[in-house]
Design a protein around this ligand. Sequence first.
Ligand code: OSB
Ligand code: MG
Length: 369
Amino acid sequence: LKVTAARLHRVRLPLVHAFRTSSHQKTELDHILVELEDASGAIGWGEIASPSNPYYAPETVETCWHIAERYLLPAVIGKTWERPEQVSQFWAKVRGNQFAKAGVDVAAWVLWASVHGLPLAEALGGTRAEVVAGVSLGIEPTIRDLLAEVHRQVAAGYPRVKLKIAPGWDVEPVRAVRADFPDLDLHVDANGIYTESVEHLTALRALDEYELTMIEQPFAPRNLLAHARLQPHLVTPICLDESVETLDDLETALSIEALRVLNIKVSRMGGLTAARAAHDRAQQAGVRVWCGGMHEFGIGRAANVAISSLPGFTLPSDVSASEKYYARDLINPPVSAEHGVVQVPKTTGLGHTVDTELIAANTVATLSL
Ligand code: OSB
Ligand code: MG
């Protein structure tokens, strides 16, 4: 297989419901779609789902565009490969920049799966026909607003709810949601905002009595030791997200027991090849995994559904239906969830058609190489 042409499309879509985390609020998503084409005209799509600002990870939309244009696409175009795992080797010298790499890596996997007549999930070795989805809910203006949102999502059938927390918005919202939903699979995500101050540790330890499935990323991404120090004081498992960008990060975290659960994001790990390897390693180490999201449009979300079909993804993934995020998604059919369950497509490649007209209507920049 050989990529002979590549295109980038910077696309903006408004969110159905504004989303606030411990670091920022967003009302629209600005992602870069990647198209890889071979000499026969077959196309693989991928999505660079970097946030606009460097508050989750160091990348931004502009840095991703630059890295893809200048380093990643030139490394791939014209090279011959047999397996999609080889493609990330072409840019092995490029450090970091996981989101940019992930978009190109996914496009290569989708192209490979299409050319070989395989559904993406099957190409990856997925075994599940359906995937259980959860929802991730942002910080709301009031607890009453949050409860309304939780009721809406539980009524829509989602069996797991994750709440964003931050100092001052942690024990109270968790207590309120737990009171209304004693048996709900509930967890929290701090996006690294807590420190080991007495006040912060008191709040984190207070969360332990609400039977949360996990506390995700309480401390700063590079502070693995703080996670390892807190875990023995909690019954609730600690889950890492931002801390694990590479397989080496995962190895370090495992060796110091900084996590009991791993949130595997295709974007944060630099693509499907690395995400699958992280799944394999975590499974071997007895660490439970699930697939996190970055509010992807349908293309990135389809990759998340595909990786979630691997056997080790035993916790619900953030692969909610398209309609939770966007009034109209870029793929057909959109991702849909019934009783919180998403069917894994059985058709080849991405498993959805890409709505190029809708993409064109929402594109703010393009590049052809
Ligand atoms: O930490 O999981 C996170 C969105 C943007 C940045 C970070 C995170 C999130 C989410 C959204 O939680 C999950 C989704 O795509 O539904
Ligand atoms: Mg997270």
